[in-house]
Ligand binder design. Sequence first.
Ligand code: SF4
Length: 405
Amino acid sequence: MYYINRQSVANQEKGILDPSVSDGIVGSQSWAMESGRSTTIEAIRDRRHHLRRRLRAWYRRNRRELPWRMTRDPYSVWISEIMLQQTQVATVRGYYESFLAAFPTVADLAAADEQAVLRQWEGLGYYRRARQIHAAARQITGQYAGTFPRDVSEWMALPGIGRYTAGAIVSIAYDQPVPIVEANTTRMFARLIGFRGDPSTTTGQRLLWSIAEALLPRRGAGQFNQALMECGSLVCTPTAPQCDVCPIRSDCMAWADGIVDLIPPQKKRPKIIPVHEVAVLVVRRGRVLLRRCGDEERWSGLWDFPRFACAGMEAMPDDDISSAVLDQTGVSVQIQTVLTTIRHAVTRYRIKLDCYMASYVSGQPHSHRTLPVKWVPCRNLAEYPFSSTGRQLASLIDPLHRHQR
Ligand code: SF4
């Protein structure tokens, strides 16, 4: 059993539940046993052998056979870990295999053009990850002569790699005893110790990383870390966790106190923001006008058709659309038809995208704020990385245009 620390008790008595001053641990057991000497971390340490045994046994019986679990190759582990950020396992499966087929080694990835890397990533979202993987591959081949670092701090110095990802890579690939805390373990640890504060605060993070360290075995850390994440993902789920079959239920304070549904605390839903955008397909003699998105744009590094935001939600006058295309590309166009309206969501934005077909009038594509703008043969569009709405638009181009020369 785990005990609340004294500061937390004092705050509870004053009616305070502020994670910045308290560890936020509450519950009838902790209250009842507050007179004990153990702290939460000490109690976890006392129970670590039992908890490890239970989690490992559960993992042996229940683990999913996933392609990245068939290897301890650091390159494969790294790619899978980056792909799994913010993305579901079912989605990652196919991408993982095709990415490794396209770039079998870190040297192949480093030698590739960024556009080819983004094209492989297309549809997976959060494209910054692909650009950072590519930059990190170049750093590994340059700085480390293609040999992967074994040290957490060296991994953390590479683009796109934080404490969790570095810990996952070195523990899984090299079996180094390095702890990990990610979304699934955050939730499970918080419930295990009955932590009702905000786990994303500095105090919350410090506490949860301490739990991960207290539980970590000296040997078999990679397997153990995967057992923790798998149990958090399959059993200690965000809603309706399967406590009945949980291997660590007998030690779980949230379950004992009937407060599982309260942990972690509900976050305020972000305010939904409606956005109106226009995209324009300009086709001329079998070629279509494309521009590359800049660093400050949503689809940084990808290619796109002329696209811009509208001031209001009502339809934009044709002349205004033509002016915006001219400003963005240097090409004067005449709006022909409305092709379609695509409604899609990006984080908290609900976007209405009006898509138009336009004909060429005059002018030469010019670089927009140093970003390239150019005519691309319609038949070559498959080679260019697009966002999912960009790819939808590309599919609208009349097949006849694809074969014009
Ligand atoms: S008993 Fe329930 S709440 Fe506690 S760790 Fe297991 S699944 Fe999560």
